[in-house]
Design a binder for this molecule. Structure first.
Ligand code: PLP
Length: 409
């Protein structure tokens, strides 16, 4: 019997055993992970996107070490928190006020609370098949569930949260025609958690304009996509005007940190006593030091090169598989993408669900793991690349993917 439920604290991180042995990671550096038997793997899960600089980046480790020696948690205010907030908001246009929390789920929860307080309305909308964390109000309609399919005429709703179909313009019109009292829309700019489904041209702008016209606020959920495509928010890169944004993962290089950003007019609800914020560990010195070191480093990294390398890798794998008679395509971007067992990339969740193949994804996980590559075994899963995945690593990755994918068909 294991004392740890299911052998791991987050169900989404569980991997199957191979030959009766669980995978237990002992060490991480750059693009690599080592298990307790000393076997080395190229990692493509990267803490679900958190370690964009690669595992254990020296700049971040140094900042953590220096800060931890001075203080772990003073309870009182400390200068690093303001410094981290100032730096973070410098990348996020008019979203210039910040609250640090400990997880993306907390940040989304806080965003919904702030939007409700600012508008005096209760209803909040999220995308069917989107993932905005595991807190009760948003933990429904996730990819792979009946609600996500939205096949019933009635719009699924839970505790004041409604579902909306991503990339469906008419569903936006229907939403606001049926509900005149929406506080906010939670918008993952790219439906990363449903297999990196990209926004249709003009869709995000249409959504934000419709929301604002009806007095609803826009919450960009950038916990996964924030700082992945450039040093800033993906939604801003795609032209969406948001009132709040949630960030996490990449801003802290794998330390326990996330943040809510917002326009000061709306973030004022916290200081006016209309909404509460709290958290024993929120904004503690080591994570603030990690944020400062991470963002300072990311600012000087060549995102264009990373995206180019990633796109080159995707194309090479697709071409290699097709040359061997295996259908394959990909959605997403050079640093985060999903492969599909088809020649036609899905444009929305319905197409993604019809293309997704759970058994194939699991087999691919096993085939790659035996070749020293780690990829999550999910039908809507993603490959992540980091700034530490160099040409040699990408070469090995491409060859292993081509062999594994073509052997499965
Ligand atoms: N929002 C999005 C888009 C996410 O991808 C995630 C996590 O994967 C969350 C929110 C929740 O973040 P956390 O796991 O830090 O609670």
């Amino acid at each position: 019997m294991t004392h740890l439920v299911g052998g791991i604290s987050s169900a989404g991180r569980a991997l199957p055993e191979i030959d009766g042995r669980p995978l237990l990671i002992e060490k991480a550096a750059g693009p690599w992970l080592w298990d307790r038997d000393g076997q080395r793997y190229i990692d493509t899960a990267l803490g679900f996107g958190a370690t964009l600089l690669g595992h254990n980046p020296p700049e971040v480790l140094d900042a953590l070490r220096q800060t931890q020696e001075k203080m772990l948690m003073p309870a009182y205010s400390h200068g690093l928190e303001e410094e981290a907030a100032t730096l973070l908001s410098s990348f996020t246009e008019e979203l210039d006020q910040v609250i640090f929390v400990n997880s993306g789920s907390e940040a989304v929860h806080l965003a919904a609370r702030a939007a409700r307080a600012a508008t005096g309305r209760h209803k909040v909308v999220k995308f069917a098949a989107g993932y905005d964390g595991w807190f009760d109000s948003v933990a429904f309609g996730n990819a792979g569930t009946p609600d996500a399919a939205m096949s019933q005429p009635a719009r699924p709703e839970k505790e004041g949260m409604l579902l909306l179909r991503y990339n469906d313009f008419t569903d936006v019109d229907r939403l606001f025609a049926d509900h005149g009292d929406i506080a906010a829309l939670i918008v993952e700019p790219v439906m990363a958690n449903a297999g990196c489904i990209e926004p249709a041209p003009g869709y995000l702008q249409y959504l934000a304009d419709s929301a604002h016209r009806h007095g609803a606020l826009v919450i960009l959920d950038e916990v996964l996509m924030g700082f992945r495509l450039h040093a800033g928010l993906t939604g801003h890169l795609l032209g969406i005007d948001a009132d709040f944004a949630t960030v996490g993962k990449a801003i802290g290089s794998g330390t326990v940190v996330a943040a809510l950003l917002g326009k000061s007019a709306y973030m004022s609800v916290f200081e006016r006593g209309l909404a509460t914020r709290a958290g024993t560990y929120s904004g503690n010195p080591p994570v603030c030091a990690a944020v400062i070191a991470t963002l300072t480093t990311l600012k000087n990294r060549d995102y264009r090169q990373l995206l180019r390398q990633g796109d080159g890798l995707r194309q090479k794998i697709i071409d290699g598989c097709r040359a061997r008679g295996t259908a394959l395509c990909s959605t997403g971007y050079g640093s985060v993408f999903t492969f599909w067992r088809s020649n036609v990339p899905p444009l929305d969740y319905r197409q993604a669900a019809a293309t997704a193949d759970k058994a194939w994804s699991l087999k691919l996980h096993f085939a790659l793991r035996r070749r020293g590559i780690l990829v999550m075994p999910f039908a809507f899963g993603r490959f992540y690349l980091s700034f530490s995945h160099d040409e040699a690593v990408l070469e090995t990755l491409a060859a292993a993917c081509i062999e594994s994918i073509s052997e499965l068909s």
